[in-house]
Write a new protein. Structure first.
Length: 272
């Protein structure tokens, strides 16, 4: 018996990284999965994004747990496409009681990424909640929605580049969405929280472009740049570490927790 037996979870950005970890963890706890990912490149993002093969790998990993999954290639920036992907899952699996708005990009070193990072990391989160909350309300069983922010949504952490500043702006704005939705959806017993990971060992971080940006910040930190180290002696979290926290947050063990910004950060925020 799992903590999420009989539930359905809607997860964006599910092809790899944190999204895949969420899908596999929730499936291992008994949830069926509606998975969405763009599986295509965005021009302003200077590292490779997920592919259809990545999404297929997530499907296999979820099925290996014994759970069911409906996976669709869709863009969170496109509300109509996202809604269609959700309803394909609902038709096959039922109405979600869980939603993880996880899709995101981190074009930190890009000077031309301001609009793209806002569109994916903020508008995409809005679209995710907007399409899932209506069937969730109609389902009448309550639910739990988790919005993926970042430690960069809690502290003033950015480099003077449009992609980095846009990332920080979007991740801060996600907190405003979370707190507003937590109040709006509370009468329906739907909880809304945000998670704030520090650096996580995923393809979004572990690539030549992002590593170069992080190395530059680390060199600056010896002078007047930001301190990028965690309080605990760990350089980066694993995606499964974040998934463990999310699995708890969406379970009945956290049934009265809503409106919370939850750092999963090895003490990064507290150190500031």
């Amino acid at each position: 018996m799992g903590s999420l037996d009989g539930k359905v979870a809607f997860i964006t950005g599910a092809a790899r990284g944190q999204g895949r970890a969420h899908a596999v963890k929730l499936a291992s706890e008994g949830a069926d999965i509606i998975a969405v990912d763009l599986c295509a490149q965005i021009d302003s993002v200077p590292y490779p994004l997920a592919t259809p093969d990545d999404l297929a790998a997530t499907v296999k990993l979820v099925e290996d747990t014994g759970a069911r999954i409906v996976a669709t290639e869709a863009d969170v920036r496109d509300r109509t496409a996202l809604k269609s992907a959700l309803w394909a899952g609902i038709d096959a699996l039922g109405t979600p009681e869980i939603a993880i708005a996880n899709a995101g990009i981190a074009p930190m070193a890009a000077d031309n990424a301001w609009q793209d990072v806002l569109d994916v990391n903020l508008t995409g989160v809005f679209h995710t909640v907007d399409v899932v909350m209506k069937p969730m309300i109609k389902g009448g069983r309550g639910g739990s929605i988790v919005l993926t922010s970042s430690v960069a949504g809690l502290v003033g952490l950015a480099a003077p580049m449009a992609g980095s500043l846009g990332y920080a702006a979007a991740k801060h704005a996600v907190v405003g969405l979370m707190r507003s939705y937590a109040n709006l959806l509370a009468p329906y017993s739907i909880r809304v929280n945000s998670i704030h990971p520090a650096g996580v060992n995923t393809p979004m971080i572990d690539n030549d472009f992002t590593r170069s940006w992080l190395d530059g910040l680390a060199q600056q930190s010896a002078g007047q740049g930001p301190d990028m180290t965690n309080a605990l002696p760990v350089q980066a979290l694993e995606p499964e570490d974040v998934a463990e926290a999310v699995a708890w947050l969406v379970s009945d063990a956290a049934r009265y927790i809503t409106g919370v910004t939850l750092p999963v950060d090895a003490g990064f925020v507290n150190k500031r």
